[in-house]
Design a binder for this molecule. Structure first.
Ligand SMILES: Cc1cc2nc3c(=O)[nH]c(=O)nc-3n(C[C@H](O)[C@H](O)[C@H](O)COP(=O)(O)OP(=O)(O)OC[C@H]3O[C@@H](n4cnc5c(N)ncnc54)[C@H](O)[C@@H]3O)c2cc1C
Length: 118
């Protein structure tokens, strides 16, 4: 947020900036920035991470996406991502499918993803 503010203050851009809406020019300290992020931050329709992947028995699936305790079932979707990727979720989801297909050729060649149009 500080970098974004710095960029918008550059002489080439500043004339086109009417005002900083969020968090607002009054915000300066780390604590204020954090409070603003907590108040205004949204996942922006990119929910991930509901289906933990890991090597321990408490994880839903193992690092190769096989569901623990259910033979022959894999999870290949955004739910296995540990955190929201920096650049949206549709392409990483398709990437996961490709990786899974490398491990298991029976993974369907096409995913049933809706996508959002990015
Ligand atoms: C409005 C919106 C805009 C978005 N815009 C973008 C964007 O611009 N760029 C981007 O990268 N990402 C975008 N996304 C996110 C992206 O679409 C998702 O992250 C991605 O589709 C996730 O893929 P997925 O396979 O995990 O889930 P989904 O694509 O949701 O696939 C789950 C599938 O499972 C099916 N299903 C559910 N329950 C069952 C059941 N019980 N039995 C059988 N089938 C079932 C559903 O019908 C669905 O087809 C957007 C999402 C939304 C909602």
């Amino acid at each position: 947020m500080r970098l974004a503010r710095k960029i918008t203050e550059q002489p080439g851009l500043a004339p086109y900036v009417a005002e900083e809406l969020v968090p607002g020019r009054q915000v300066e300290s780390d604590a204020e920035f954090e409070a603003s992020i907590r108040r205004n931050g949204v996942s922006n329709l990119h929910p991930v991470g509901t289906c933990r992947m890991g090597a321990d028995p408490a994880a839903v699936c193992d690092p190769r996406l096989k569901v623990n305790g259910i033979a022959g079932l894999r999870v290949v979707d955004a739910s296995v991502m540990p955190s929201v990727p920096a650049g949206n979720t549709n392409a990483p989801t398709m990437h996961d499918r490709r990786k899974s297909r490398r491990h298991d050729p029976q993974t369907p060649a096409r995913l049933n993803t809706r996508g959002g149009g990015a």
